[in-house]
Design a protein around this ligand. Structure first.
Ligand code: NDP
Ligand code: MG
Ligand code: MG
Length: 335
């Protein structure tokens, strides 16, 4: 079994007295900054003027430009959107890095795909929580945590690994468990997970189920509850106790249906498609395509986003959720 690190693995606090700059104050940024501050670390925020700047200030942080925050910090955590990182890094971070600094990421994408090549004299590592930023913060305040991965890309000071574990401890993740990985493994598995299962696989499955019921003449509202709303309850059971726990909770009829029909939906052909998706992640095809799409102003991304937001399941869902005030999006949904 892989070695999982907990609080006792954080031997000495190598980050004590160090200044940590959190660059970006979005989903991950606000959570890292607030958890580290609550754990006694010296945190400042690096941003451009705007919404996040105002929010970070309202939350009581000292906020500086990205270059000023980089200049004064020993540890620089880059929590900007992945596709924007190379440009900001080149203009506002790299010129201000000093020997012995630690340059940190929450995803290996830009280093692994060589969009960012840090200088030799800084430590480079990643600490990647395996969960959305809002949960990184919420679970922390509840005394729990989101697990995390860490990986060292470059160890200039001989202490990069200790720093990475200490950072993971600072955001609370040693309460849940921290796994060591490489930039390559973290990047490829993260991209695969979100494409094949968590985001791409799940949304395609939900939509296909909804469409099948609606096309067969069933009420869209009922199809929404059945194929989207109820999924959360099922996933909660899997989260708490694996597939076995979910199957224990549902009826035997549902479990039999799971056994005989599930493999007819996700077939060998689906698995072959997953292998192809993985191969295109591994050989860089996916990364190249996404970088080019972003540079071109995201024409395909925006068009698909528009179509998806207008899908019947979204319209029905908006109406139904408006009647369930206890169901609220955690982040603003732009419609
Ligand atoms: P968000 O999109 O939520 O936040 C981005 C932040 O960067 C905002 O505060 C934004 O501020 C700021 N920003 C954008 N452009 C600039 C710029 N040019 N100069 C200065 N600040 C800028 O990002 P995420 O938290 O989702 O992602 C951050 C990193 O964490 C990524 O590497 C991602 O892969 C990784 N990650 C994310 C997870 C998640 O839960 N979302 C999970 C695990 C890892 P403004 O308000 O001004 O736009
Ligand atoms: Mg990801
Ligand atoms: Mg049922």
């Amino acid at each position: 079994m892989a070695k999982v690190y907990y609080k006792d693995a954080v031997k000495e606090n190598v980050l004590a007295g160090k200044k940590i700059a959190i660059i970006g104050y979005g989903s991950q940024g606000h959570a890292h900054a607030q958890n580290l501050r609550d754990n006694g670390f010296d945190v400042e925020i690096g941003l451009r003027l705007g919404k996040s700047w105002d929010q970070a200030q309202a939350d009581g942080f000292t906020v500086k430009s990205v270059s000023e925050a980089t200049k004064t910090a020993d540890v620089i955590m880059i929590l900007l959107p992945d596709e924007r990182q190379p440009e900001v890094y080149e203009g506002e971070v790299e010129p201000y890095l000093e020997a012995g600094n630690a340059l940190v990421f929450a995803h290996g994408f830009n280093v692994h795909f060589k969009q960012i090549t840090p200088p030799q004299d800084v430590d480079v590592f990643l600490v990647a929580p395996k969960g959305p930023g809002h949960l990184v913060r919420r679970t922390f305040t509840e005394g729990a945590a989101v697990p995390a991965l860490f990986a060292v890309h470059q160890d200039a000071t001989g202490t990069a690994r200790e720093k990475a574990l200490s950072y993971a401890d600072g955001i609370g993740s040693t309460r849940a468990g921290v796994l060591e990985t490489t930039f390559q493994e973290e990047t490829e598995t993260d991209l695969f997970g979100e494409q094949a299962v968590l985001c791409g696989g799940a949304t395609a499955l939900v939509k296909a189920g909804f469409e099948t019921l609606v096309e067969a003449g069933y009420q869209p509202e009922l199809a929404y509850f059945e194929c989207l709303h109820e999924l959360k309850l099922i996933v909660d059971l899997m989260y708490e106790g694996g597939l076995e726990n979910m199957r224990y909770s549902v009826s035997d009829t549902a479990q039999w249906g799971d056994f005989v029909s599930g493999p007819r939906i996700v077939t060998d052909e689906t698995k072959q498609a997953m292998k192809k998706v993985l191969a295109e992640i591994q050989d860089g095809t996916f990364a190249q395509g996404w970088i080019a799409e972003h540079k071109a102003g995201r024409p395909v991304y925006n068009a698909i986003n528009e179509t998806e937001n207008n899908h019947q399941i979204e319209k029905v869902g908006r109406e139904l959720r408006a009647m369930m005030p206890f169901v609220k999006p955690r982040v603003k949904v732009e419609v």
